[in-house]
Design a protein around this ligand. Structure first.
Ligand code: PLP
Length: 376
């Protein structure tokens, strides 16, 4: 199979898998134990935390390991809202959030918080539009950095700086899942308070995530137990996955610039290949990250094209993996028609993909366009 679904999940890197195996079969102590095995495990925990904090240029103690980004986002958004509810009840977010954020926000709306969802303008987000929506009653902003369906990059640095200028008490949460190790956020310079990341998007086994929580930020915790992970996320740490996460973050971060160049080359090649195909509509603009390309193939429902391509040996996605075949509505919120969303497929790259594979993928799509009966 040729795998073009890396925004859904990724192949585990061999050194990351090796690090996990070592923690399962040799260095299997509990980091909280006082004996030698525990101390060794704690060393792995600390060094992995350092490798993650390096990517954000933040303090090690600002990284909290979780089970996935969805958990990080739940801890961040619910914890921030509950800790701040006495000072205000307004939350500002966007109409193109991943379900992890969108569902937390819906939950808070049902609990009586006032939610302002900002739509894009001409397919873009401007910091001013988010910042204009905040006032003294606003307690939280939650924005996605790189959208998982079309790769749109939001100006989080500007949003955070301008928002803090206007109201320094606001907490800012960023869903950095699709940008982590690809488009860095320097937490020394960007006044974000909370950021969610996930291991399995960067070549780590599934079931590990992290939350950046700036030192001094107070959120209400919703899990109770031991003292692990700053008392925010109690429970014995998943050391094998944490070790893998650290190794994968290091490798991806070190190779980031080279990888981005590779993605740009792949995207350019793909766009060139589809340029003259008037039945393919591009849903990812130049402002989007080069590793996610979303396009609609006129008259062919995503699922039909997806399974046709699968038969030919290609894995692509029909949108967000989390919503299965149910459309998330993100593309419609970007201003595209329902039909265009129904016809959308997402192609997301890894550094293992080649221009040759793209040629084969486009040929397969073109043969689908010839043989599949279209419904407009
Ligand atoms: N946010 C974004 C932008 C994502 O793409 C995903 C996963 O698809 C998530 C959050 C949730 O991540 P996890 O699977 O680690 O819970």
């Amino acid at each position: 199979m040729y795998y073009f679904d890396n925004a859904s999940t990724t192949k585990v890197l061999k050194p990351a898998a090796d690090a996990a195996l070592k923690c399962m079969t040799e260095n299997y102590g509990n980091p909280s134990s006082l004996h030698k095995m525990g101390v060794k495990a704690e060393e792995v925990l600390n060094s992995s935390r350092k490798l993650i904090s390096n990517v954000f240029n933040c303090k090690d103690e600002e990284i909290i390991f979780t089970s996935c980004a969805t958990e990080s986002t739940n801890i961040a958004i619910l914890g921030a809202a509950n800790s701040k509810k006495r000072t205000g009840n307004k939350i500002v977010t966007t109409t193109i959030e991943h379900a992890a954020t969108a569902q937390c926000i819906n939950h808070l709306e049902n609990k009586g918080f006032e939610i302002i969802k900002i739509s894009p303008k001409n397919g873009k987000y401007y910091a001013e539009d988010i910042v204009n929506a905040i006032d003294d009653n606003t307690i939280l902003i939650s924005v996605i950095h790189v959208n998982n369906e079309n790769g749109l990059i939001l100006p989080i640095e500007e949003i955070a700086k301008q928002a803090k200028n206007k109201n320094p008490n606001i907490l800012i949460h960023v869903d950095a899942v699709q940008s982590f190790c690809k488009i860095p956020i320097n937490m020394n310079k960007v006044p974000v308070d909370l950021a969610s990341v996930s291991g399995h998007k960067i070549n780590t086994p599934k079931g590990i995530g992290a939350l950046f929580m700036r030192k001094g930020v107070k959120i209400q915790r919703h899990s109770f137990g031991g003292l692990q992970e700053n008392n925010i996320r109690p429970g014995t740490e998943a050391l094998p996955s944490i070790a893998a996460f650290g190794v994968a973050a290091k490798i991806n971060f070190e190779n980031m610039n080279k990888s981005i160049e590779h993605y740009k080359l792949l995207k350019k090649h793909l766009l060139k290949r589809i340029k003259n195909n008037s039945e393919i509509l591009l849903n990812s603009s130049d402002d989007c990250a080069p590793y996610i390309v979303n396009m609609s193939i006129k008259g062919i429902r995503s699922e039909i094209m997806l399974h046709f391509l699968e038969e030919k040996g290609f894995c692509v996605s029909s949108g967000s993996a989390c919503s299965k075949s149910k459309k998330s509505g993100v593309l419609q919120n970007m201003g595209y028609s329902k039909k265009r969303e129904d016809w959308a497929i997402r192609i997301s790259f890894s550094t293992e993909n080649t221009t040759n594979q793209i040629d084969m993928l486009i040929e397969a799509i073109e043969s689908g366009q010839k043989s599949i009966i279209k419904t407009y």
